[in-house]
Design a protein around this ligand. Structure first.
Ligand SMILES: [Fe+2]
Length: 240
């Protein structure tokens, strides 16, 4: 959430142009998803700022593979991708032990969600949701399949380009960061009102995966890379 600079946290202010517009003309929900009145600052207590501790022990740090619904089940349909990156604070220091939650559509652009009205098929071998924890250098990695595009049906015109949703918790549950990351070279990226709600070109590019060349000898999966900066003037923009 965008807030005014909070003196007690003392982090660098960002330029509003590097974050998504609060109200987007052709996206009615943007008018209901942001506060209509100035925010009220409520100082956080020590518990809220530091807990919960030892989350990696409670959740377990296991390799995440979304390309199967379960380890022994068949592989999901679609192009296999290996997504990796780092989670950093404003000064580039790693955010270790951050809980990352991921959700995405299947290769046809369909979510497992009762409100998804797109008539594309579900894939019984794909759930599109998972959770992992960054390592001591703030790194994460998971296998998946490339999501498909899907229409925003009520809009009558708008197709969402392929993207993956990320939610990242910082040192406590009160530090939650949410965004979407897009794939390079997708024509629909040009018309997506959320992606283009970020006016600053350089900031917008940080919402698109980098596509490093595949490793020699690896013909199984296509690598994509995205680092996240959670706050400060280089913060990766948040998208709902
Ligand atoms: Fe989505």
């Amino acid at each position: 959430m965008k807030t005014a600079v909070q003196p007690h946290t003392g982090y660098w202010p960002y330029n509003d142009q590097t974050q998504m517009d609060r109200q987007i003309p052709r996206y009615p929900r943007s008018f209901t998803r942001v506060p209509a009145h100035p925010l009220t600052e409520r100082p956080l207590t020590l518990t809220e700022l530091t807990g919960p501790a030892g989350i990696e022990n409670r959740l377990g740090v296991e390799a995440l593979d979304l390309s199967h619904a379960a380890p022994e089940e068949p592989r999901a349909l679609g192009q296999l991708i290996l997504v990796s990156g780092r989670v950093m604070d404003e000064d580039g220091s790693p955010i270790a032990g951050a809980v990352i939650e991921i959700w995405q559509a299947n290769s046809c652009g369909k979510y497992i969600h009762e409100l998804d009205r797109f008539d594309a098929p579900l894939d019984p071998n794909f759930t599109g949701q998972g959770r992992l924890i960054t390592d001591f250098e703030g790194r994460y990695q998971f296998l998946s399949v490339k999501p498909g595009a899907y229409p925003v049906i009520e809009s009558g015109w708008w197709w969402r380009p392929p993207h993956i949703h990320f939610s990242i918790f910082g040192p406590s549950w009160m530090n939650r960061y949410v965004t979407q990351i897009f794939f390079p070279g997708e024509p629909l990226n040009q018309i997506d009102v959320l992606l283009n709600g970020v006016k600053d070109e350089e900031a917008r590019q940080t919402l698109i995966f980098e596509a490093p060349p595949p490793e020699m000898g690896d013909v199984q999966r296509i690598p994509f890379h995205r680092d996240f900066v959670l706050r400060g003037k280089r913060a990766t923009p948040e998208l709902p």
